[in-house]
Design a protein around this ligand. Sequence first.
Ligand code: COI
Length: 355
Amino acid sequence: MSIKIQPEAIVALRGFEMPERLGFGTVMAPVMFRARYQDGRWSDGELIPYGPLALDPAAKVLHYAQSCFEGLKAYRNGNNGVGLFRPERNAARMAHSARRLCMPPVPEGLFMDAVRSVASHCANLIPGSSGESLYLRPFLMGTQPDLSVTASRAYEFYVIASPSEAYHAGNMRLWVEREDSRAAVGGTGDAKVGGNYAASLQSIAGLKERGYDQSLWLNPGNRHTIDELSGMNFFAVMDGALHTPALNGSILEGVTRDSMLTLARDQGIEVHEREIDIDDLLALVASGTCSEAFACGTAAIVSPISELGDGDRRYRLSQAPGPVADKLRRALLDIQEGRAEDRFGWMQMVPAASF
Ligand code: COI
């Protein structure tokens, strides 16, 4: 599949000035990728200037939320090179999310061409400090203007990019959410769709005032085993072993989650993927058996958890940041940022585009 580079995209890249402060997801690269799907086939992709989208007000995505997204990162790697971290996992997960919402999966080749072309043209925008990167956000949406509740017949696929710092820096205090659910049994919990995140906002909204940073979601079926955070997977260290909720259909299969498990096993740390009952966990934190906990995700990397709040009780983790989170975070960043050998074949290299 060929990609057309619009001359205006090159003009936009040449004129771009990087702001001093980045934050997460607020500074946008001046170009984006677009491909369209109509009558059962995908168009060629094109790199175009970043800018507002023209959408019919009756587009399916605006009413019935037919859309899904991904998040992955590109790192500066040596002389002019760009390293993408496990992009094929994002391509596969996006195809899974698309199928769940009855959308045509973006073919893996198109997905890879899209992220490679954005990363290579934005090579100069990749920040160089450790923990910073170019965050890529592919998304797919149904654009057919038609208010009937049926799958769209037209779609658009975009990749936008944002030079970013980590999503969450420092220790996090989590609120155990016992009322709301972010996803339903048989719903879209294991698909990366906006509705899961929208459903989490009410819980998160009042947290800061109460001294918390994020909600910890329980399984919507049993309401007592841990699922995940909004946008991050959960890990706890008990007697030196690493425990994380097993994939159960309502948890997103995180690429960083999988990488943490691989790195932990490689370092000889005992790993358990299992159901973790919230009351058991809180008792183990109170007794000191659970010494550390952390969350991880593409955007957040690895974020230590210092406290769990449940009703009017607060449970403090004795180690935050703890040694296991710290060791795994460093091992991951060493591979992503090119300081350690890529023994698991996780990095895909892209040459920087010259223009
Ligand atoms: C990511 O880690 O890429 C995510 O999608 C989380 C994001 C919603 C902040």
